[in-house]
Design a binder for this molecule. Sequence first.
Ligand SMILES: Cc1cc2nc3c(=O)[nH]c(=O)nc-3n(C[C@H](O)[C@H](O)[C@H](O)COP(=O)(O)OP(=O)(O)OC[C@H]3O[C@@H](n4cnc5c(N)ncnc54)[C@H](O)[C@@H]3O)c2cc1C
Length: 302
Amino acid sequence: MCQACLVKAVNCEATPESKKWIKDSLQQKGYTLGCQWVPDTDVEVALPTVEEFSVSTSIRSLDKLNSSVIRLVLNVMSKDVMFHYYPGQYVSLINPEGIARSYSVANNYEQDQCLEFHISDTAHGTFTNWLFNKALVGDILHMRGPSGDCYYHNSGAEDFPIIMAGTGTGLAPLYAILVDALGKEHQGEISLFHGGRTSDHLYYSKQIEKLKENHPNLHYFPCVKEDKGKTKIDNLQIGSVEDVINDNIDTGTLSRTRVFLCGAPDFVHGMRKQIFLKGANSSNIYCDPFLEHSVAATGGTN
Ligand SMILES: Cc1cc2nc3c(=O)[nH]c(=O)nc-3n(C[C@H](O)[C@H](O)[C@H](O)COP(=O)(O)OP(=O)(O)OC[C@H]3O[C@@H](n4cnc5c(N)ncnc54)[C@H](O)[C@@H]3O)c2cc1C
């Protein structure tokens, strides 16, 4: 899923099963997923070359969105090599120490000419320890991607309802999808559910409230289990995101509702099942569980 373990088969062929998850263009260059390939003889592999398909970026800014989330903004160094992505998809970021992790893009590069990520501090995490303690403006990061199917698409200009739900930095892809859908004048009702530990963790609440001013079809449900934070947020819901969704969804329209679920894997998998059982169509449910590297790519070296 995260493709952090991508390797190139040298003088040998990887198994079709190990290649089927990646783009044809990469397969043709000999790339495969290390975590899916169990060779039955010694093989020679090479790590992906930066020149072949990574985009070089540099850190434009690093600022805290709350006590445990950093907003990382990257400049793309050569615009000619920047790939197209849909807001909400994720990329692999590779830091100067060679550590690769998946992160969802929170904005639209084509509009903003920069890339924004919301990254939460992970206790003893390799990439996040570097980001929170060592990274500096100007540092070079390489980027591969894009991947994932959590993004807004509506070629028929339909007015289907949209439910978006996430916990913590699960808001990053949801915010990108939201801004994209509103920018494309989506006419259906859009309900955004965001869960945090306290109101202080519900970053971007002001930005979302601002979007609501011009878009009466946007409904925002900030959720906390207990109201211990200092930040005052209108319409703060006390309860788990799951309970708040249950209390506020219209089951009558669920079969034609698009559902986007992002963030903690337990939340995403649990909610996917719950919303499907309530009547959502499984082909309309799009999920990005933020799996940790050890789960997402067991064969990776970093
Ligand atoms: C599709 C996708 C999109 C994502 N998008 C985002 C996003 O937008 N924002 C975001 O914040 N995150 C996102 N993630 C999660 C992100 O990719 C990383 O998993 C996360 O930032 C942690 O990375 P890390 O290198 O800091 O931690 P890692 O080093 O990978 O560690 C992960 C966990 O393992 C534990 N661990 C590490 N080494 C050991 C050890 N030797 N023994 C025991 N335990 C150990 C750590 O304590 C930590 O809890 C996404 C993940 C996926 C798959």
